[in-house]
Write a new protein. Structure first.
Length: 131
């Protein structure tokens, strides 16, 4: 689900808190993952203070078959972003994913969690003016 976009016309404000806006959307996957798009939902959390992305979640609310020999009973992926002083945009600092189901008559249950704590910006900052 790494190469995904938001399906045109699907982004909607779903929740508001004092600090964040949460938008729901339908992912628009490409290539081999395109069959998953109709079964997966997304939520994009944005900080009110500076309109920066703080969290992206994609999940399947129901079991589905992305391929004739595969049934996914769970799909959940969360990316968390943090603004770091000196960097031009929020960076991915936490990633977790959980997938379970059956493929070729065998059950599987896979999950992982990654945390990035030593982040260094190697490029020069680019100033962009927005009208």
């Amino acid at each position: 689900a790494a190469d995904s976009d938001i399906a045109p016309g699907s982004l909607e404000l779903a929740e508001e808190t004092a600090d964040h806006l949460v938008f729901s959307f339908r992912p628009d996957f490409e290539g081999e993952e395109a069959a998953m798009a109709e079964h997966v939902r997304g939520a994009l959390t944005v900080a009110r203070e500076d309109a920066s992305v703080t969290r992206l979640r994609m999940w399947a609310p129901e079991s589905f078959k992305p391929h004739f020999a595969v049934r996914l009973t769970q799909f959940d992926m969360v990316q968390e972003y943090t603004a770091i002083d000196g960097l031009p945009a929020p960076v991915l600092t936490h990633l977790r994913q959980s997938i379970s189901g059956r493929a070729a008559f065998q059950s599987f249950d896979q999950s992982f969690e990654l945390a990035f704590s030593e982040i260094e910006f190697l490029g020069g900052a680019v100033d962009v003016e927005v009208d």
